[in-house]
Design a protein around this ligand. Structure first.
Ligand code: SF4
Length: 358
């Protein structure tokens, strides 16, 4: 329930550069003034980052889809006896990156994978070490907070030691996935076998302390309440106040196809996607980059999201697997010139990311 006077007060706070409260966030989710939300988020985006839109030329490396967590919202993870299960060898990973590196603009790798029940931490570490040595010019961003916590669990090492060893092997940043919704209620229902909310936040905090930047994300549109979306954003904002180590925030709309929730939950609407990006920009006043991830949003919605607070459209990707298993209808990759055109057609200025930012 909202009243117009509340919205006017929030608008004035935004124009004065004041922080929005949890109650403000809940009022924004309760209102149905989509274009108003978009205009405010666009105002803040322009003030913080101008008209440049970040994109990158990257390659996703998903080492294995075999996963012991089997989260209810995931269409990628499989049991090891599933006929579609796979696990890369180091040579497979080298071949994938060699093919992607034919593009002279390729700047980095994004490595995220399942929690393989038989692999050790050293198995994962070897991929980072080898890829970094073989392709020293490429930045290596990899592993979500969930994977890092899993490595600590299976190795008996602390999260800090895991991160130190990965950093020494060549890892330069941590991926933003695995945050889902940072409340115990949601995680207990959807993904009880993996990192808790506190553990995910602890991995990010520890990485920031070690000088490893991380991204943050929110998977929304499943069983969470709107109030839990706000709670999630506030937890990220508080940690960012503490460390300043988050680079980019990414909203992931839940794609139900081929997941355990397929018969119960319908995919989010464009309306919900755009308001969630806009409210994220307004609540996360200490994040510079808000990403419109075209793979999940679709290219047209990601392009419109550039006017709803987003200043980053991700990258070429080379070959996306995880979300296409969940029925993503976007292409598996985009050429760099297509990304540039999408950004220019939205009246914005493309900026190729050349460091671990996005
Ligand atoms: S979301 Fe990640 S941890 Fe969960 S089942 Fe999928 S791959 Fe495994």
């Amino acid at each position: 329930m909202f009243v117009r006077g509340d919205l006017e007060k929030i608008e004035q706070k935004i124009f004065r550069g004041e922080r929005l409260t949890r109650e403000d966030g809940e009022k924004l989710f309760a209102c149905n003034e989509l274009t108003w939300l978009g205009a405010l988020a666009d105002f803040v985006r322009k003030k913080i980052c101008g008209d440049e839109v970040l994109y990158n030329v990257n390659c996703h490396v998903n080492l294995t889809n075999i996963c012991m967590s089997r989260c209810k919202f995931c269409a990628f993870g499989r049991d090891d006896d599933d006929r579609r299960a796979y696990a890369m060898t180091i040579d497979d990973a080298i071949n994938l990156v060699t093919e992607a590196a034919r593009d002279p603009n390729l700047i980095g790798l994004h490595i995220v994978s399942g929690l393989h029940p038989k692999w050790t931490f050293e198995n994962y570490l070897a991929f980072v070490e080898t890829l970094h040595k073989k392709f020293p010019a490429l930045y290596v961003k990899g592993f979500t907070g969930v994977e890092i916590q899993h490595f600590a669990n299976i190795s008996g090492l602390s999260v800090e030691e895991i991160l130190r060893r990965l950093k020494a092997a060549g890892l330069q940043a941590i991926a933003g996935g695995g945050a889902e919704i940072l409340t115990d209620r949601v995680r207990n229902l959807l993904c009880p076998k993996k990192a808790t909310a506190d553990q995910w936040l602890n991995v990010a905090r520890t990485a920031h302390k070690l000088g490893l930047p991380t991204n943050a994300s929110m998977l929304y549109g499943h069983i969470e309440t709107l109030s839990e979306r706000v709670e999630h954003l506030i937890k990220l904002r508080e940690l960012q106040d503490e460390t300043g180590g988050f680079r980019t925030f990414i909203c992931f709309p839940f794609l139900p196809k081929n997941t355990a929730l397929e018969s119960e939950i319908r995919q989010t609407s464009m309306w919900d996607d755009l308001r969630t990006i806009a409210i994220s920009r307004l609540m996360l006043d200490n994040f510079r980059n808000i990403k419109a991830y075209w793979v999940m949003l679709t290219v047209p919605v990601a392009q419109v999201a550039l006017s709803f607070g987003a200043n980053d459209i991700d990258g070429t990707i080379h070959r996306e697997n995880i979300l296409h298993d969940a029925g993503a209808t976007s292409p598996r990759a985009l050429a760099e010139d297509e990304i540039i055109k999408i950004i220019r057609d939205a009246g914005r200025v493309p900026k190729l990311v050349t460091e671990v930012l996005s």
